[in-house]
Design a protein around this ligand. Structure first.
Ligand code: SUG
Length: 448
């Protein structure tokens, strides 16, 4: 069966700011309390989408969520009108208001885990929204994410949706950021690679300094929900030392596409055995695993974390060549930049490097790969996708003008106390709902 990979990028929301909410995410912590520019952030993301669409890649967009979340604030016991709640929260519980206000839904690599129809027993694309229970500001996302996915991937005959896993520490799930699919060709049955940070019941080592957000138990539950058998799955533990160095998701230390794995030398525990298992299972599906392993001598883990070399997108061009999409920070780091030059000069599996300015998102720990959710689609599945979400010249122009009209160009902590931010967000999302034909994905409960 023929199929293509589509990338759906999260549009940066109107409340993009630096509140330092993600312990274990070095960029988020280091940039806490700095000045954010939501308009520039949204424009940077949209320009990446447009550039990739122009190069012939299948590119879609996913909308931001309502922030601050009035529903979440009300559930924490705040009462009165929406404006009164925000002002009280700002005074009595600023950390709760910051969680309610984060634009973190932009990082849609954490929206869900997706298994293409070629891998699933019922021949449908399966989605499990991520519970994101390890961070309060992210645990708010799942209900709206579920509705957004249903509004974009329409029709039960092609798409199956599961409930997010329960929000208990034992079942911590962060979605596609810890999931990679290997295959010979997108439409062929593949091997799905699940990377976890710790096991709740299995014992073994775990990071000491920073939290492991994904558990083995969660990854195994998703594989079961999606109907993936033993021959179609590989589970590997992320090396606890790299989590402690700031690698809070696998996509900060490894990325894969088709038969290619691009990763750091210290990405996994028992790394040679991990390669062997993927290699053997992929060989049974007719493909030969290729690994580009970056030695610690060339790129120390700290440089991988600060440059986000591995938070890159590995994309296959129409002519079969492989492109690596990296953030500007990779070129700003002399060691990483030299490595990239040598990588393309070596005439190995990566043919071209594309560089994007995503600095606003990067300062919260979100690079090119965090901003996108990959969905492999057959022709029939692609035809069933809500057509309004594809990025083309017309949609780009609409969204660019929408950003220009609705976004602030400066946001600091103190601005979160301003209730008019909620009104601005609702007005903008109302219009976006029409542009993207989303129906009722937002559950605004207006209390005036
Ligand atoms: O969950 N940052 C996000 C970054 C997510 C990156 N995603 C992937 N690696 N796929 C996180 O840590 C920071 C928000 C703040 O500090 O205000 C934040 O949530």
């Amino acid at each position: 069966m023929s199929a293509r990979e589509a990338n759906f990028d999260g549009l940066v929301g109107l409340t993009h700011n630096y509140s330092g909410l993600s312990f274990g995410n070095v960029a988020s912590q280091n940039n806490a309390a700095s000045v954010a520019n939501p308009r520039a952030a949204a424009r940077q993301g949209l320009r990446k989408m447009k550039a990739l669409a122009d190069l012939g890649f299948l590119q879609g967009v996913l909308p931001p969520q309502e922030r601050p979340s009035a529903r979440f604030l009300r559930a924490q016991g705040f009462t009165g009108t929406d404006h009164e709640m925000i002002m009280r929260a700002a005074k009595e519980a600023p950390a709760i208001l910051a969680a309610a206000s984060s634009a973190s839904s932009m990082w849609v690599a954490n929206a869900a885990t997706v298994s293409p129809s070629a891998d699933t027993p019922d021949g449908r694309v399966h989605f499990t929204p991520a519970s994101l229970s390890s961070k309060l500001h992210r645990a708010i996302e799942a209900p709206t994410t579920g509705r957004v996915l249903r509004a974009v991937f329409a029709g039960d005959s092609h798409f199956a949706f599961h409930e997010p896993l329960i929000g208990a520490p034992a079942m911590g799930d962060e979605g596609a950021a810890n999931h990679t699919r290997f295959c010979s060709d997108y439409g062929e049955a593949g091997v799905e690679f699940f990377v976890y940070g710790r096991s709740e019941f299995g014992g073994g080592v775990a990071p000491q300094r920073y939290p492991a957000r994904q558990t083995l138990e969660a990854s195994a539950a998703i594989a079961r929900l999606h109907g993936l058998g033993e021959n179609a799955t590989v589970f590997a533990q992320q090396h606890p030392d790299v989590i402690d160095a700031g690698v809070f998701h696998n996509d900060v230390i490894a990325v894969g596409n088709r038969d290619l794995l691009f990763c750091h030398q210290n990405a996994f525990l028992n790394q040679p055995a991990v390669y062997e298992e993927i290699r053997a299972k992929l060989a049974a599906r007719g493909a030969q695993l290729r690994v580009v392993e970056v030695p610690v001598a060339a790129v120390p883990v700290e440089d991988a974390v600060s440059s986000y070399l591995f938070n890159s997108q590995l994309l296959t061009r129409a002519d079969g060549k492989t492109v690596l999409v990296v953030p500007q920070e990779c070129r700003d780091n002399p060691r990483v930049s030299a490595y990239l030059d040598q990588l393309t000069a070596s005439r190995g599996p990566i043919d071209e490097v594309l560089v994007f300015d995503l600095r606003e998102s990067m300062r919260n720990g979100g690079g090119p790969a965090c901003l996108r959710l990959r969905v492999v689609l057959s022709d029939a599945e692609q035809a069933a996708v809500n057509p309004q979400v594809w990025i083309n010249d017309a949609r780009f122009a609409q969204l660019d003008s929408w950003i220009e009209r609705h976004y602030r160009d400066r946001l600091v902590d103190a601005d979160l106390a301003d209730p008019s931010l909620l009104d601005e967000c609702r007005t903008a999302l109302d219009e976006l709902t029409r542009i993207l034909a989303l129906g009722s994905v937002y559950d605004f409960q207006l209390v005036n």
